[in-house]
Design a binder for this molecule. Structure first.
Ligand code: FES
Length: 156
């Protein structure tokens, strides 16, 4: 059964003071869940729904709408490759193919050792530095296959 840890529960109590309705905490609380567990399970969604006094379907809708929320476990390094227009025009398909080939997995999959997950994502606002991907909160820009290799080699 999922439950937020004590530190996150304190954060929730602090946030409650800033908003007139607890439902406004949906996004920050889901972030806390994902930080704590690495993804947002169905069990955790039910917990959040109860915590914020809203229907489970509402929480499910938020989690499945935003691509930054993950409802299944990901690898230790989640590589989110932007394939939106600017990145596509600058060769994101080549970057994605290189990653798939190099890691031996398809887009949306996780390596058997649970180290890497590769997914496509929408524009992350770094169009001027296309093509790019994010690993967690870190952006890697102006990618080439050679640069991708160096990035992967730097991840322990
Ligand atoms: S299109 Fe890739 S960051 Fe905007």
């Amino acid at each position: 059964m999922f439950i937020l840890n004590d530190n996150n529960l304190r954060r929730v109590e602090e946030l409650k003071k800033r908003y007139p309705a607890v439902q406004a905490l949906t996004l920050p609380v889901l972030w806390m869940v994902q930080e704590q567990e690495g993804y947002i399970s169905q069990d955790a969604m039910k917990y959040v729904a109860e915590l914020l006094h809203m229907p489970y379907g509402h929480v499910l809708g938020v989690v499945t709408f935003y691509t930054m929320f993950h409802s299944v476990p990901t690898g230790r390094y989640h590589i989110e490759v932007c394939t939106n227009v600017s990145c596509m025009l600058k060769g994101s398909d080549r970057i994605l193919e290189h990653l798939e080939h190099r890691l031996g997995i398809g887009c949306g999959q996780t390596t058997p050792d649970k180290k890497f997950t590769v997914t496509e994502t929408e524009c992350m606002g770094a169009c001027g530095f296309a093509p790019m991907f994010a690993i967690g909160e870190e952006y890697h820009e102006n990618l080439t296959p050679e640069k991708v290799d160096r990035i992967l080699e730097g991840l322990s």
